[in-house]
Design a protein around this ligand. Sequence first.
Ligand SMILES: [Zn+2]
Length: 347
Amino acid sequence: MKLQKLIDYLEAIAPPAYQESYDNAGLIVGDPNVTIKGVLICLDSTEDIIAEARKRKCNVIVAHHPIVFKGLKRFNGNTYVERTVMQAIKHDICIYAIHTNLDNVYRNGVNTKIAEKLSLKNLQLLAPKKNLVKLEFYLNQSQIEAYQKYYSKKGVPAGFHNVHSLLAVQTDKKRDVAEMKYETAVAENEVGDLVHFLQNSIGSKALQYNTYPISERNHQVGSGMIGHLAKPLLPATFFKRLKKAMDLKVFKHTAVLDKKISKVAVCGGSGGFLLSHAIRQGADIFITSDYKYHEFFDADGKIIIADIGHYESEQYTIELLHGLITKKFSNFASHCTKISTNPVFYY
Ligand SMILES: [Zn+2]
């Protein structure tokens, strides 16, 4: 089976247009037309993971975090990112990342999995994105250059940062000009402005673009998740459940409040930006990671912040992806990595 078929399946679950502006989810290394020999699933596609893929005869890595976020200018092995990409290319291993687009879907998303582990009920997105449409457009090489020049002078309008995510490369055979296909999810009322900006940037009204409605019923999109416990628990009892469910040795938290925990907000990875949503929606505890010292003060007696570690919060994404892939395909082997790529150790 071709890799593209697996990508199509995963992107029907978590369309790349739902990724955040800073993200780089998608096929990062490799040819979508290769035949899949085996798939290795991980959070971080590091050099160790490439070695594991080789050992297990997998030519496709499905990772949560994109190994490449920004443009790379040299490939001489100076950084782990360069070395990983070089190793992948050298050994014909494809790297595909499914990141904030998988965070942001209600069904089968990263946060849905965490909520399931914590046995939360009545799940709702913590910060839903409303009235989204998918904007798809094509630019050729000279238009991209014109666009880049234009935005470096004018800046990019709000809501339009996703255009920098290159999602597919298509070749226009007739004119032999490489065309890049971009797609992004934007608020419906911003489409006009964004198309106008694009047309101005390339100095042409002949921009090829399409918009597609995003069905809110099938694809609720947004960050974080909030839900209820079956019955309220004392903080200490809930803390024990949290440690067991998320396989934690330790976790950091703010002052325990003098009430039971019944409403729980979660966000895998760095979710601090969602604290106000969690407080507004009456969560008793907000479980996420990557909190800094001063940010813990923002709990301010209104909520408990629990920082359980980035890797720990997202570890079950591997199980989630493995379940989704094996449920659909039986014509290749799909493995969860046996390596912990967590760069943080506890003593
Ligand atoms: Zn993450």
